[in-house]
Ligand binder design. Structure first.
Ligand SMILES: *[C@@H]1O[C@H](CO)[C@@H](O)[C@H](O)[C@H]1NC(C)=O
Ligand SMILES: *[C@@H]1O[C@H](CO)[C@@H](O)[C@H](O)[C@H]1NC(C)=O
Ligand SMILES: *[C@@H]1O[C@H](CO)[C@@H](O)[C@H](O)[C@H]1NC(C)=O
Ligand SMILES: [Zn+2]
Length: 390
């Protein structure tokens, strides 16, 4: 808990600056798997591309609700990779209006639940300048909240994505390191997309371009960056999420979208096979049925390829730590998880303390006293002010 100790004695920019150890240039002789990897486009384990599994990481962001769960069921459920193992996807869940019974369902389907903050608040500068304590409340406490209300194990929650993909310098990574979170998937790279950057750790200085500053500069061992490798749109403009690409095929052109997705995938598959991120928000699929159909067609195709694996993001980190050749990877036993029951509660009129609203909560636990929020992730009875002494 090195960082939090420093911050308790807030004085503090100076004290923090002294305590932070700036990362040095990466030394491949010192930085070795499984816990250290230099930022690089080299394939882990120095495998040849043809011996490297091509991972595809599909992710969805924000609250999980009774509308978007329909799309998740339609697009994702019952998919298998070509080796028979269940296909994965990762949900970066933000707290407000999330239905935790559906989060429990997604977990029980084998998908990864990850953190996207409690408040997801604006303005974006809040995230750029957030204090250690704010980010501890937004992410470390969100892990406790999610585990409690969705009834899923704390340890299963490993990843972080900052709202608006707004980096927070070292701070978010310091919180992750102190609270046992494994990887971040917020940091966009435009420069390292062809060939693309593989995941790496922050013990040594990153060579990644900083598209949404501030980016980390401290040495933070064993904390992984899963770079968000940009796609390239039809006019060679970079886009971090499929729904932020500008020069796309027409939104009702399913064949055009299928080709667009495939050509971005092929930039990875026919090169160094760095993980191919398919990052999208559900609203884009539900408002554009042709895009959804194209995505389904793309997933059907890759689920048929013997060297392509649609996985949870955390599974990519696991492979990078121990990079076995694709033939061996195909034969491994499938990931397993212990399914977790959801004792359901529907909680009406839960009062908030951060605004004037009351909330409707669907959870797998007893109803909280107040709407869970920053500083009170379990929604306990707020401590009332002691009455003034007479
Ligand atoms: C990224 O690319 C731009 C444009 O080519 C270049 O100016 C910049 O130095 C690069 N940054 C890094 C970190 O490679
Ligand atoms: C494509 O990008 C270039 C440079 O970024 C720009 O000048 C051009 O207008 C764009 N093309 C279209 C069709 O908008
Ligand atoms: C997947 O492979 C099977 C068997 O080779 C084939 O029948 C099917 O059409 C393929 N599906 C797609 C979407 O390529
Ligand atoms: Zn978001």
């Amino acid at each position: 808990m090195k960082w939090s100790v420093v911050l308790l004695f807030v004085g503090a920019a100076v004290a923090v600056a002294e305590e932070v150890v700036l990362a040095k240039d990466c030394d491949v002789e010192l930085c070795k798997l499984p816990d250290c990897r230099c930022s690089s486009t080299n394939i882990p384990g120095d495998l040849l591309p043809r011996d490297t599994p091509q991972f595809v990481t599909v992710t969805f962001d924000d609250g999980v609700n009774n509308l978007n769960i329909m799309t998740y069921r339609e697009v994702l459920y019952n998919r298998k990779n070509s080796n028979g193992c269940p296909a994965g996807a990762t949900f970066y869940v933000s707290h407000e209006y999330t239905n935790y019974q559906f989060v429990n369902e997604l977990y029980n389907q084998g998908y990864e639940i990850a953190l996207h903050s409690i408040s997801h608040q604006t303005p974006q500068t809040y995230w750029a300048t957030a204090s250690y304590n704010s980010l501890k409340e937004e992410f470390a406490d969100q892990r406790v909240l999610t585990s409690h209300f969705a009834n899923i194990p704390m340890d299963a929650i490993k990843g972080v994505r900052l709202p608006f993909l707004q980096m927070s310098g070292d701070t978010s990574f310091q919180v992750m390191s102190d609270f046992g979170l494994v990887y971040d998937c917020s940091w966009i790279t435009n420069n390292y997309s062809d060939p693309a950057l593989w995941p790496y750790t922050l013990e040594y200085k990153s060579t990644q371009d900083c598209v949404v500053p501030p980016c980390p500069t401290a040495s933070i061992p064993k904390t992984w960056v899963m770079p968000m490798v940009s796609w390239t749109d039809l006019n060679h403009t970079k886009c971090a999420m499929a729904d932020t690409c500008y020069y796309t095929p027409e939104l009702d052109d399913e064949a055009g979208w299928f080709q667009f997705i495939l050509s971005n995938f092929e930039r990875h598959y026919f090169s160094n096979r760095a993980p191919f991120g398919f990052y999208i928000h559900e609203w884009y699929l539900s408002t554009n049925p042709a895009v959804k159909a194209a995505m389904i067609r793309f997933l059907d195709v890759i689920n048929n390829l013997s060297d392509v694996f649609m996985v949870n993001s955390a599974e990519v980190i696991d492979w990078v730590k121990d990079p076995v050749p694709v033939d061996q990877y195909r034969e491994k036993t499938c990931k397993s998880w212990i399914s977790s029951v959801c004792p359901p509660s529907s909680c009406g009129n839960v009062p908030a303390t951060h605004n004037q609203n009351t909330y409707w909560m669907q959870i797998c636990n007893v109803c909280p006293k107040v709407y869970p929020w920053l500083g009170n992730p379990l929604g306990l009875e707020p401590v009332t002010e002691a009455p003034e002494a007479l």
